[in-house]
Design a protein around this ligand. Structure first.
Ligand SMILES: [Zn+2]
Length: 263
């Protein structure tokens, strides 16, 4: 089959690039989480389509009155119960597991993820930067230190940072909220270090994520795109894999294990 041949060739080419690279970095988006059954926000079955768009002034509200913001988050927990359950019950998919394999094989140095679901950690990846935070954590708005959400006492709102006494907020980045400084710094560092850049399951049109592959590309770093859909980055990519991450990443791992030196 013609299309199958094309996919095989792209996977072969991606494996060759990965074998050659000494510091590959991957940027991951919602497409990978969707393969684990985590609902997306937009589209027919999207969470926002069903519940309405979230308020775009969440960050402002938090800053105005952190205690009231926490109280609202606790009150509205039920409304998001379906979404929360979907994340809690989600399992890392073959794409997540293959990325952890690639890291263990020394072929993938770092994962920059836009997902908040903790699935990379659960799959076994260790070098991860979460630009939009992690839904199981809280973060201090003053010193940036993080803690487990479940270990935070909510008898007094807002909860205070045990390190510095600052206000704690859930780690998930809200609309209008700046990307946490430490995460952003690490993203730029990885983008400057990389000699291969993978874009997995994201159209990468949202700042700042959109910037990283373009910056790498400008330095002459080859881009591999893994996405069933065409994206604005497709034209820049050296290798385009038009398939799901769950199908293509394990195939790349297999190829690398079989050895690509002969080609
Ligand atoms: Zn603090």
């Amino acid at each position: 089959m013609h299309q199958r041949d094309e996919l095989d060739r792209a996977i072969e080419a991606a494996a060759r690039e990965m074998a050659r690279a000494s510091h590959a970095v991957a940027l991951v988006g919602a497409g990978l989480s969707a393969e684990s059954g985590i609902p997306t926000f937009r589209g027919g079955e999207g969470l926002w389509t069903k519940l309405g768009e979230p308020t775009f002034d969440g960050w402002e509200l938090f800053n105005e009155d952190p205690a009231a913001w926490w109280q609202r988050a606790i009150d509205f927990k039920e409304e998001f119960a379906d979404f929360n359950r979907a994340i809690d019950e989600a399992r890392p998919n073959p794409g997540h597991l293959a990325m952890a394999d690639l890291e263990a094989m020394g072929r993938l140095a770092h994962v920059i993820t836009q997902n908040i679901d903790n699935l990379h950690q659960r799959a076994g990846s260790r070098h991860i930067t979460e630009i939009h935070g992690n839904r199981y954590l809280v973060r201090c708005m003053s010193c940036g230190s993080r803690d487990r959400l479940e270990s935070v006492r909510l008898d007094r709102l807002p909860p205070l940072c045990p390190e510095c006494g600052g206000f704690m907020k859930n780690d998930t980045v809200m609309f209008g909220e700046p990307i946490p400084e430490d995460a952003l710094r690490e993203c730029y560092r990885q983008t400057a270090l990389c000699d291969l850049f993978l874009v997995v399951g994201t159209s990468a049109v949202v700042y700042p994520a959109a910037e990283f592959p373009v910056m790498a590309c400008r330095r002459g770093v080859p881009l591999i795109e893994i996405n069933p859909e065409e994206t604005p980055l497709s034209g820049l990519a050296e290798v385009v894999i038009r398939a799901s991450a769950g199908e293509s990443l394990p195939a790349i791992v297999e190829r690398l294990k079989a050895g690509t030196s002969r080609s």
